[in-house]
Design a protein around this ligand. Structure first.
Ligand code: GLU
Ligand code: MG
Length: 424
């Protein structure tokens, strides 16, 4: 059959979906500058598709301009067309960044951290999902059986990551039925978020080619296991030297790392609606799911919001300092990785700027928001969030999520989970 290669240029939106447009690959040179046409209300498409509410109406033009550092081209060598897409920035027609571009939000956060501390953040995303290509068999948590039954999926996936320039760290059967997990090695913040989006799409692309699908919904089945997206991070100075570890610091953290984490905890009620942005996110953030329920930091505790991770290296302080990292666990697959990481960095940068200390609790730590509605209220009233977003983006974000809440209002957990499992 006659064929000509196409490229898709897209951006990851408020719903966490990658949306964009395609064009003939031979037009790429021109498209690198002009991108593809876009409009303001495209950002307002909910996870379910329809635009339920928008401050932008039907007017206005924007461009999504591809960034060649976020290109993925994977030929699965199975007769299907190559998976070829490039992520980009949403720009105004004069080329300036659009204030509501999620990728730009992350860039602003990176700049805020630099301004507050001169430090840079390196991140690694660990993402969990359900692969439908295996039978739903109980009792196989982490098992060799669950590993075996996914057959060639894992190997094709790793090859796809590699072909797209990602460095896979691990792939494993997780605790839940049909649940798997992968991690990409740490990269500077913007690249890490690009790769989190690319990797998620490659999981979907690989499953699709095998006649199945991957499901990243935070809670695919009510009362089942949650799918988390855990963001590991560490701080580095301008030369790349690690700045997270101090053997004598609290929890083994350096002074800037303490302040960063204090900032995250301080602002967590205001950013949970960004990192856990769907109603089903709050079915995951419940007790006994290895997911956080409180605003806390703990060493080597998988139930904490911030987990100070173990370092399996006995070769001395230098090696420990290089590997020392903290894991943010209040995030899931319905979040936009640029926005989740951007929110994390904004809060941490503020902690450093204000030299915050870690909270001291007697007894239990304060709870995380218990619902998306509560989290959105916390977001709306935070002056810090207002400054990080700007009025236009904040209004768009709140209206997007609240309109989606209205859309699913009244659904009981089993049906709610089923609806979100269809779209993530
Ligand atoms: N599935 C759990 C979550 O929702 C995490 C399990 C783990 O510790 O990897 O975050
Ligand atoms: Mg896991």
């Amino acid at each position: 059959m006659l064929r000509e290669e196409l490229i898709f240029v897209g951006n990851c939106d408020i719903a966490g979906h990658v949306r964009g447009k395609g064009f003939p690959a031979r037009e790429l040179r021109a498209r690198k500058k002009q991108g593809i046409g876009w409009t303001h209300s495209n950002l307002m498409q909910t996870a379910f598709g329809p635009i339920l509410d928008t401050p932008f109406g039907t007017g206005g033009d924007l461009m999504v301009v591809p960034d060649m550092s976020a290109e993925a081209r994977v030929d699965f060598a199975d007769g299907t067309v190559p998976e070829h897409f490039i992520l980009g920035d949403i720009r105004n027609t004069d080329g300036s960044p659009w204030e509501c571009c999620p990728r730009e939000f992350l860039r602003r956060a990176i700049a805020a951290l630099d301004a507050a501390s001169g430090l840079h953040l390196i991140a690694a995303f660990e993402q969990e999902f359900i692969y439908t290509g295996v039978e739903d068999r109980p009792g196989h948590a982490y098992s060799l059986g669950a590993w075996r039954r996914q057959g060639g999926f894992g190997e094709s996936l790793i090859a796809a990551f590699r072909a797209a320039g990602l460095k896979p760290d691990s792939f494993l059967p997780e605790f839940g039925q049909r649940q798997y997990e992968f991690t990409i090695t740490p990269e500077p913040a913007l690249k890490a978020a690009d790769q989190a989006v690319i990797a998620r799409e490659l999981v979907r692309a690989t499953a699709f080619r095998l006649g199945h699908r991957a499901n990243f919904s935070p809670m695919p089945v009510a009362d089942g296991s949650g799918n988390g997206v855990h963001i590991h991070f560490s701080l580095h100075d301008a030369s790349g030297a690690p700045e997270t570890y101090d053997a004598d610091g609290p929890l083994g953290l350096s002074e800037p790392a303490v302040q960063f984490c204090a900032g995250v905890l301080h602002h967590l009620p205001a950013i949970t609606a960004i990192t856990a942005p769907s109603p089903v996110s709050y079915l995951r953030l419940t007790p006994n799911r290895w997911a956080p329920t409180e605003i806390d930091i703990r060493k080597q505790d998988r139930g904490a919001a911030l987990r100070v991770c173990p370092v399996f290296d006995v070769k001395g302080k230098k090696k420990i300092a290089e590997a020392y990292n903290i894991e943010f666990r209040v995030s899931d697959g319905s979040a936009n990785p640029y926005m989740a990481l951007g929110a994390l960095i904004f809060t941490g940068a503020d902690g450093i700027a204000r030299k915050l200390s870690l909270p001291k609790h007697s007894g239990e730590a304060p709870p995380l928001p218990r619902s998306l509605g509560e989290a959105l209220d916390g977001m709306e009233k935070s002056e810090a969030v207002q400054a990080w977003f700007g009025p236009t983006f904040l209004e768009a974000y709140l209206r997007h999520k609240r309109s989606e809440l209205g859309y699913i209002a009244g659904l009981e957990p089993p049906e709610l989970c089923a609806r979100y499992a269809e779209v993530y």
